[in-house]
Every structure is written in C-alpha cells, then in structure tokens.
Design a protein around this ligand. Structure first.
Ligand code: ADP
Ligand code: DP6
Length: 462
C-alpha cells in the first residue's frame, strides 16, 4: 500500500437549528457521526508499465460503480477540465456529479496552487454501513466495509449526508496526495480552512444550489455550533472552464472573505449520554419543504421572527446545557437531565408551532407520536426530527446504557401507527441505525484497512 493516501469524513445530524441555519442571524447544533466515508488515492499501477492519463474512481461496494476521467488544463486560466471516458464503445455514461465536480474543483485548485503535470491516479471510495439501509454482505470476516450488492442508484440512503462526506474526503485525499505538506496539511487549521472552503464550493456547484453548508462543516470539523457563510460568496463564482476560474477559485478558497463560524467547544456530549439515529420507512416524502417554509416566513415576517427567536434561544440553551454537563467530566445520569428534558420538550413545541403555521410537516403527528413514545422510555432524555424534519428520521438522546438501548429498541421494533391521519402518510418500520455522535471531523486513515477492497483497483488489463 505504499504511495497511498487515505482520509475519512463523518456523516452528520442536525440536532437543532434546521431552517434557522439558512440565515446567518442564527446558528445550529450539528453532530458529526461515527459513520464515515473513506477515500483512498494511489498511483495507477499497470503490469505493462504503460502510463495512462486518467483518473479512475471506484466505489467497489456497489455494482457498476466506476468512473474514468481524462483531464487537461484549459486555456485562459479556466482550470482543469475533465472528460468522462466510456469503459467501452457501447457502454452508457453513468455520471456522478459529486465526484466529477469535486475532481474539477480539486484539480483546478491544486494546479493553481502548485503548478504540476497531474499524474494518473486511482481513487477508491468506501462508505460505512449506516449510510445505506440495504443489508450488506461482508467479503471476509476482517472487512470493516460491506458489499451492498446493488447499484448506487438502487441504494437506499439513510440521510446521513453521504454526498457532503464524500466531497469532503475526496477533496482532502486529492489535496493531500498532490500538494506538498507545506502547501496543504489536514493536520493544521489553515489546511482545514482551505478544505472547508473548497469542499463547500464544490458541493454547492454539484448540488446546483447554495444550502447552509452545515453538512460540509461537520464533515471537516466534526461536531460544532455552526453559523453559515454568506451565500453571495459562492453565488458569484464563475463556471469551471470560464476565463480566470482557477485564479478566482484559489483566491476564494484562500481569501479572508469567509464568514463561517465554527465553535467546536460549544457542542459536546456529556459522559454517559449518546445519540441514536432512527430511520423511518414511510410511504411519501415532502419535496420542497425548505422552499415552503421560507416562503411562509417571508409572508409572515412577524410570526416567523417570533418563532425563530424563541427557537434560537432554546437551541443555544441546549448547547450550553450539553456543554456544561460535559465539562464537569462526571458521569451523567437520569437525575442530571431534567433541564435537558425540558429544553427538548420546549424546542419540539416550537418546531410544531413552525410546522402548523407554515403547513409544512416538519414534526407531523406521526413523528410526534413516535418521539413521545421514545421520550417515555426510562433513560431517554429526548428526541427530535433532525434537519429539515419530515417523516423519514428521528434522533434520540439517551443514557449510554445497554438496558436503555434495549428498551428503546423494543419500542421501535414494535412501532406501528394506528388510525387515520389527515395527510394519508403511514410511517412503516422504524429501524435503529448503528451510529452515534463523534466529535472528530476529517482525519487521516491507515491505508492498510482497505487492502482487500483496492487490490482489485490495480488496472492490470492494460
Ligand atoms: N459511496 C458512494 N460512492 C460514490 N458516490 C456516492 C456514494 N455515496 C453517495 N454518493 C453520491 O452522492 C449522491 C447522494 O447525494 P445526496 O442525494 O445529496 O444524498 P445525501 O443526503 O446522502 O448527501 C449519490 O447519488 C452519489 O452521486
Ligand atoms: C432545512 C435545512 O436547514 C437543514 C436540512 O437538513 P437535513 O439533514 O434534513 O438535510 P439533507 O441531508 O439535505 O436532507 C437546510 C440546510 O441547512 O441547508
């Protein structure tokens, strides 16, 4: 595994501050998770010694998940352009916009910062199980990763932020591989700042929209209190390939115009507590929730400002209480959690107020019933619908004890919704995801953990 560079980035859960975080006047509490997306990059090895001018990207846990790119420096400072290559004449092009955009942005930044002829490379992506609910199979008893036996399009995502973790670890792996450590190092603050800014730019470009970016922030920095960057920073970026794109990207990424605020110390997990994520199977999903909430807010400024201000106060109090319990360093038990319980209940009431007023099912009645049932389990502190809310997930804070975990699991496994609901949405099975919070963001990995996955990455056919 010599010449290999490997990193991983965590998934996320937005415990508090959904919708508010879209506006710089408010903040959000985001927890990184212990489910990670790993990226390993190495020189392309060929038996014949032929050198290919290609970057090959593979996601070997999925069927037919390989993307090959040719690359060239464009004229007029437009940066690096990539062309996806077909595996054979008759095969169709299966594009992966997140990989393609991260590749263009990373190569453009690399060549602008440290001009060089980009050497061919092979990149492997490996995701921890919890990102997808498809049952995987282990290729061997020692493998940390599973084969999902489906294509990426058929994989069922659990909403942990796979594209943000992917873009962040892909970008970090590329920059670490092609740049000398005095130009980029994930182990120092400046390296993380560059990684954050470049990953935000690439992720927004791939998504075709500028979101709050909390998912990229937690992929880079781990759990934190997050205040977003001004959206105008990215909405004014030119298209890749257009004149001076490379210089503009470099000065955007390295410049001091970023106003993101990351407070790591303000979000902590007390000793003796943990988070659990639950995936809810449901018959329908509500598209455009963000659009609808923001449209309602614009038309009902006064009502919305009141709810937003109360939620912000509650969210800050929640962060303060978690941090204050954590900083004692003492084991926290049920008797220490009365204030936390109260804060969860108050925040949920405000979210329901927002939900009813905007007519957007952020915490719909089906989720209220489920969260109430979870909150009644002895040892559970509270739960909320994370992020944008809706029908498909909940996050629960509980005492980190086997018996609490088992009792919660029993309630969830048996969960079914009886009776009619106004919106005709039935939530089905509720599953616990094998994840918990993790404070650590992007980190280097030992490439030997991928050995059995990337041995097949050798391009021995050429
Ligand atoms: N393991 C993976 N390998 C390659 N691409 C991936 C992988 N996981 C996610 N992606 C990319 O990210 C996209 C999913 O992103 P998105 O819809 O934003 O979901 P999420 O909410 O999980 O970020 C996929 O369509 C694919 O392009
Ligand atoms: C509404 C939001 O503030 C939070 C959405 O959080 P989710 O965790 O629900 O997001 P997805 O992973 O994109 O589904 C929008 C934002 O901050 O961009």
């Amino acid at each position: 595994m010599s010449g290999c560079t490997a990193v991983s980035a965590p998934g996320k859960v937005l415990l508090a501050g959904g919708y508010l975080v879209l506006d710089r006047a408010y903040t959000a509490l985001v927890f990184g998770l212990d489910s990670r997306i790993h990226v390993c990059i190495e020189p392309i090895r060929t038996r014949s010694g032929v050198t290919l001018s290609e970057i090959i990207v593979k996601s070997p846990q999925f069927l037919a998940a390989a993307w090959e790119y040719g690359y060239r420096l464009t004229e007029g400072g437009g940066g690096i352009a990539v062309t996806q290559l077909r595996a054979s004449h008759d095969s169709s092009l299966d594009r992966n916009p997140f990989i393609e955009t991260a590749l263009i942005y990373a190569l453009t930044y690399i060549t602008a910062t440290f001009p060089q002829a980009i050497s061919p490379a092979s990149i492997s992506i490996l995701a921890d199980q919890a990102y997808y609910s498809n049952p995987g199979t282990a290729p061997s008893s020692t493998s940390q990763f599973l084969n999902f036996n489906v294509t990426l399009a058929d994989a069922h995502k659990t909403g942990l932020g796979s594209s943000a973790a992917l873009v962040t670890s892909f970008t970090a792996a590329m920059l670490s591989y092609y740049l000398p450590t005095d130009k980029f190092n994930v182990e120092n603050e400046e390296g993380l700042r560059v990684l954050h800014n470049l990953s935000q730019a690439a992720h927004c470009a791939a998504q075709g929209k500028v979101g709050s970016g909390f998912d990229i922030a937690s992929a880079v920095y781990g759990s934190c209190l997050y205040r977003r960057f001004s959206p105008s920073l990215l909405s004014n970026m030119p298209e890749p390939g257009s004149p001076s794109f490379a210089k503009k990207l470099q000065s955007l990424v390295e410049g001091d115009t970023w106003d993101t605020e990351i407070q790591k110390a303000a979000v902590q997990m007390p000793k003796g507590l943990r988070l659990i994520m639950c995936d809810v199977d449901c018959g329908s999903q509500t598209p455009g929730m963000v659009k609808q909430v923001l449209a309602w807010r614009q038309k009902n400024k006064e009502d919305a400002d009141g709810i937003w201000a109360d939620l912000q106060t509650g969210n800050e109090a929640l962060a303060r209480e978690l941090t204050s319990l954590a900083t004692t360093g003492e084991q926290v038990g049920a008797s220490d959690c009365a204030k936390l319980k109260d804060l969860f209940a108050k925040n949920r009431a405000l979210i329901r107020k927002m939900s009813v007023a905007s007519k957007v099912p952020i915490e719909p009645p089906q989720q209220t019933a489920l969260l109430d049932a979870c909150s009644n389990v002895s040892g559970v502190v509270g739960g909320v619908v994370p992020g944008a809310g809706g029908y498909d997930a909940i996050v629960v804070l509980l005492e980190d004890k086997e018996e609490v975990f088992e009792e919660l699991k029993r309630v969830l496994v048996a969960w079914k919704v009886d009776g009619e609901t106004d919106d005709d949405v039935k939530i089905g099975k509720v599953g616990m995801l094998g994840v918990r919070e993790d404070m650590v963001g992007l980190r280097r990995e030992d490439p030997s953990i991928y050995q059995q996955w990337i041995a097949s990455g050798d391009d021995s056919s050429t």
